[in-house]
Design a protein around this ligand. Structure first.
Ligand code: FE
Length: 334
């Protein structure tokens, strides 16, 4: 009897630390990337490592406010969001902490992560020109700047300047051309508009397909999604700026929260997400390009052709965001 009691005590003592470590191993993620784009990866990671991942998804602004309000008490270890402008903003708000990781530095090109290590790109989207194949001779297309010329009067369709994607695009133009010339470009776009700016990329694409305008600027995956649903639409991608600066590139990405309880676990997850095993799926789920250059894009994405992307560090989009917003405002770009 006594030996049974001792055995029981030993069993409790032995299993208790195991229980504790299992709980502390759990990773909590706040994600502005939608559930269907992250859950398959998290499930795979849990299956492989046994580490549980809890997550909530929501609007990036709401998640950021929540992180700020929770401060030291946040359950979150990692923030996932889209657009370098948003990632940069989260770092500025002080909710992220720098990470130094050889794995992340080897997996992710330098221009697609924060120079200070507060966030890392995990997938890449190009913001490119899409045109109506029945109305536009692609030989007349050249660059983002080209769309500001008089020959596009009444033919250009744009998404609203309120969206961070366009703020990042204009920020990159400021980095490349300077404020003065960018102001002329954006003014030219506004003068050329075929209709008031649309609320999202898909509506802009549909307006071009319907002939309301002839060309627009959108993220590649919106083109991919729409063409998957309606393959007969008269739309095609044009890769701009091939001789001047490259196509505007942006990322979805993640950072470790400043008050992460499970910092090490979250860093390991981040390293795995940037690695070969996760990368093709992470990008393919949203028809994006893998950030890890070792991995080729999914066939449907590769079919859009190869192009020169901008080598600018995407952190610049955050740094120049305020200037970009003011500039668009002055140009009357709604
Ligand atoms: Fe998007």
């Amino acid at each position: 009897m006594l030996s049974q009691i001792i055995a029981l005590i030993l069993l409790v003592l032995v299993s208790f630390p195991v229980y504790v470590s299992a709980v502390s191993e759990e990773i909590v993620v706040y994600s502005a990337r939608k559930e269907h784009l992250i859950k398959p990866l998290f499930d795979k990671y849990t299956k492989k490592t046994g580490v549980k991942i809890k997550y909530i998804t929501g609007n990036e602004g709401v998640l950021l406010e929540r992180l700020k309000a929770e401060d030291k008490n946040t359950p979150a270890d990692m923030l996932i969001t889209v657009d370098a402008g948003n990632l940069w903003h989260a770092a500025q708000e002080g909710v992220l902490q720098p990470v130094k990781s050889d794995v992340l530095e080897a997996s992710i090109p330098e221009n697609l992560r924060d120079p200070d290590g507060n966030w890392f790109g995990l997938s890449v989207r190009a913001r490119t020109i899409v045109y109506n194949t029945e109305k536009v001779d692609p030989a007349l297309l050249s660059s983002y700047k080209g769309l500001s010329g008089d020959q596009w009067k009444g033919k250009l369709v744009l998404r609203t300047s309120r969206k961070v994607y366009n703020q990042s695009l204009v920020a990159s133009l400021i980095a490349e051309h300077g404020e003065e010339q960018t102001a002329r470009i954006v003014q030219g776009w506004v003068n050329n508009l075929a209709a008031a700016p649309f609320s999202n990329d898909t509506k802009a694409l549909e307006a071009v397909a319907a002939g309301i305008g002839q060309a627009t600027i959108v993220n590649t995956y919106y083109f991919g999604r729409l063409m998957k649903k309606k393959p007969d639409l008269p739309l095609a991608i044009f890769w701009p700026n091939q001789k001047e600066g490259g196509v505007h590139m942006n990322v979805s990405g993640a950072g470790i929260t400043k008050h992460a309880d499970n910092r090490d676990g979250a860093v390991k997850l981040l390293e795995w997400l940037a690695g070969e095993e996760a990368q093709s799926q992470f990008a393919a789920l949203n028809m994006e390009y893998p950030v890890n250059q070792v991995i080729p894009p999914a066939p449907i994405v590769a079919a859009w052709g190869t192009f020169e992307g901008s080598p600018l560090n995407v952190a610049l989009y955050g740094k120049l965001q305020t200037d970009a917003i003011k500039l668009m405002d002055r140009a009357g770009y709604k």
